[in-house]
Structures are given as structure tokens and as C-alpha cells.
Write a protein that binds this ligand. Structure first.
Ligand SMILES: NC(=O)c1ccc[n+]([C@@H]2O[C@H](COP(=O)([O-])OP(=O)(O)OC[C@H]3O[C@@H](n4cnc5c(N)ncnc54)[C@H](OP(=O)(O)O)[C@@H]3O)[C@@H](O)[C@H]2O)c1
Length: 327
């Protein structure tokens, strides 16, 4: 059997549980293709699987949900992809590998004009920005929104996209350098939540009105402050927990804070059908090809050094997108 290399988790824990090892690569099965990755996207969800906050479906487990590459072989029944196609995906576990087999239902073809590196950096983060701003809450020129972790992978894409939709965009970040960066990527106002009280600043910026929607991927550290930034009947979108899960949420709080709405979405519910996936990906390709949204790869690591990449992501040292490059 052919061999390849992959990062394998045999248990949960710190970055040291990420083992770069040789693994079997069988021929692609029914409805699968084999691909060679050009680049793999690093995402905070990979940390949740490594630590055990999210339970891996089995062990050993190859983590990673986002990558782009070239089709090298077709399994039985595959008619809509060919050897040599440039493809990308977000959502199928197993991206931390040099080569892999994958069901074609996860794949989209990468258009000319977008490199495989850019595709790997944007599929998960960019489709997340797409559904958050266009479906979870429909952002438009009348909207004022707050987006936490504005200089992060999802944050830099969301700021530009929200600005392109005409919204007033407020972001939070953990340093002044990140604030300067976010201001270059669509944000009208950026608050350093390590040195300023973000609830007070949002109130000042919005003239005491509050915002229509808060996109919160921080979790524990920004709760319940995020609710206090909202207008009456505003929408709280809790889409991640980089500081840890929210533990003391009760429905009654929404009534007390002004009959708020709250949702806890994940990308995978929003791209569950083939049509939803292609619509979402095409919307992302459009904003990138029209230069409304620039994709920033600000850190690149060899795949074998994935532990260092996780350490830096968790230590809040990264900005924009991070790629792992297989050798
Ligand atoms: N639900 C979904 O569909 C979905 C999809 C994609 C991503 N997400 C979520 O969106 C968030 C962003 O993902 P990403 O991959 O783009 O990561 P990221 O934003 O590039 O990195 C996380 C950022 O969160 C901030 N942060 C605040 N407190 C932190 C803490 N205690 N530890 C670590 N970071 C902390 C840091 O920015 P500052 O230094 O500026 O505070 C850090 O850079 C994650 O929570 C992820 O789970 C959700």
C-alpha cells in the first residue's frame, strides 16, 4: 500500500500530542478522490479537537478541516472531478496530511485567479464570515455590528466583508498593533479590550444606542459584556469560545437585557447541502476575485511543525490566516 504522512492525534492534550507520522494511503473508495495538499488552513476548531473540548469521532484521529490541493486519482463513481483539478474544502476532518482521500461532496473547484494557498487560507474562515453576515443576521447599510477578535483569521475577513455590505463595523482586539491592522481591513472603530472597557466604548461609539448584532467567538471572557453592547431586540451570535465556554447562560437573561435574540451557529449546519456549500463558496470567491475582501496569510509553518503553530494561535500571537505547508 502507498504511504503518506499525516499529523495524528492518539489522545488529547497540549501541542505535544500532535504526531507527524507515516500513514497508509489506500486507493480512493467509491465517490472519493485522492488529493495532494498544497496548503492546509489552521483554525481554532483544531485546538478544540486537540484539547478534547470537542470530541474526536474516533482515535487515532487526523485533525484539520480546511485545505486545498490537486486531484491525483479518482475513485469509482466519480464523474464531476478529474485528475489535475484544483480543489478546496472546509469541513472534512483529516486535512493535516500530505495526501488524503476525500468524498467529492466536500469539494469545490478553485477558480482561476485564486491560488491554492489563498483557497486553503479562506475556505473555512471566509465561508464562516459569509453565513454570519448574510444568513445568521442579514447585515446591510443600516447595520452597526460588533465583531470580537477583529484581527484574527475570521475577523479580518469579516471586517472587510461587513464594510463591503455598507455596515458600520466595530471590532475588538488584544493589542494596539492588532488594532492598527483591523483598521486597515474594514473596521471603522477598533477597541483594545485589554486596555479599554469594551461595553463603555461601544456605548460611546454608538451614541448610547448599542449595536444591532454582536459576533462573539471569545466566549467566557466577553460574556455577559457582549449582551450589554446590544440594542433592545438585538442579536447575540456566539460562534466560538477561544477563551473558554460560556457557563452561566440562562434564557431569562435575554429578557432582562432587552428581549434579545441569541444563536449558537456552526458553519457545518449552514453548508449541509451541496447547493448551500456551492452558494456559500461562490459568494466567497466573488468577494475575493472582486478585491472586496483580501485574504491575509500572516503565518506559515511546515506541517511537521504544527505544534508550534497551535502554540502561537493559542498564545494570541497570530493575525489573519495561518497555513501549514506539507513537504
Ligand atoms: N461557529 C463557526 O462556524 C466557526 C467557524 C470558524 C471559526 N469559529 C470560531 O471563531 C473564532 C476565531 O477563529 P480563528 O481560527 O479565526 O482564530 P483567530 O481569531 O485567528 O484566533 C483567536 C483570537 O481570539 C482572541 N482571543 C481572546 N481570548 C483568547 C484566549 N483566551 N485564547 C486565545 N485567543 C483568544 C485572540 O485575539 P486578540 O489577541 O485580539 O484578543 C486570538 O488571536 C474561534 O473561536 C473559532 O472557534 C467558529
Amino acid at each position: 500500500m502507498t504511504k503518506t504522512r499525516a499529523v495524528v492525534l492518539s489522545g488529547t492534550g497540549g501541542p505535544e500530542v500532535l504526531d507527524y507520522v507515516e500513514v497508509d494511503l489506500p486507493p480512493p473508495a467509491q465517490d472519493e478522490v485522492q488529493i495532494r495538499h498544497a496548503a492546509i488552513g489552521l483554525n481554532f476548531i483544531d485546538v478544540y479537537f486537540r484539547t478534547g473540548l470537542y470530541k474526536a469521532p474516533h482515535m487515532p484521529f487526523v485533525p484539520g478541516k480546511e485545505a486545498a490541493g490537486t486531484v491525483t486519482a479518482l475513485g469509482p463513481g466519480v464523474t464531476d472531478f478529474n485528475v489535475g483539478d484544483r480543489v478546496a474544502y472546509a469541513g472534512s476532518d483529516g486535512a493535516y496530511s500530505v495526501e488524503r482521500n476525500i468524498e467529492t461532496k466536500h469539494l469545490v473547484k478553485v477558480p482561476d485567479g485564486i491560488s491554492l494557498e489563498t483557497a486553503a487560507a479562506m475556505m473555512l474562515k471566509g465561508m464562516t464570515a459569509q453565513y454570519l453576515l448574510n444568513r445568521t443576521f442579514k447585515v446591510g447599510p443600516e447595520s452597526t455590528l460588533l465583531f470580537h477578535a477583529a484581527a484574527g483569521g475570521v475577523g479580518l475577513i469579516a471586517g472587510q466583508w461587513a464594510k463591503a455590505l455598507g455596515a458600520t463595523v466595530i471590532g475588538t482586539v488584544g493589542s494596539d498593533a492588532k488594532a492598527r491592522m483591523a483598521l486597515e481591513y474594514g473596521y471603522d472603530h477598533v477597541i483594545n479590550y485589554n486596555t479599554e472597557d469594551f461595553v463603555t466604548r461601544v456605548s460611546e461609539i454608538s451614541g448610547g444606542k448599542g449595536v444591532d448584532v454582536v459576533y462573539d467567538s471569545i466566549g467566557r471572557d466577553t460574556f455577559p459584556g457582549s449582551l450589554d453592547c446590544l440594542k433592545r431586540l438585538g442579536m447575540f451570535v456566539s460562534f466560538g469560545q477561544s477563551s473558554g465556554p460560556i457557563e452561566d447562560f440562562t434564557l431569562a437573561l435575554l429578557a432582562q437585557k432587552g428581549s434579545l435574540f441569541a444563536t449558537r451557529p456552526t458553519l457545518f449546519s449552514y453548508i449541509a447541502t451541496r447547493e448551500e456549500l456551492t452558494d456559500c463558496a461562490n459568494a466567497l470567491f466573488d468577494v475575493v476575485l472582486s478585491n472586496k475582501v483580501r485574504i491575509n496569510v500572516n503565518q506559515t509553518y511546515p506541517l511537521r511543525e504544527v505544534g508550534r503553530a497551535h502554540t502561537d494561535l493559542e498564545a494570541r500571537k497570530t493575525t489573519g490566516a495561518t497555513l501549514l505547508i506539507p513537504e
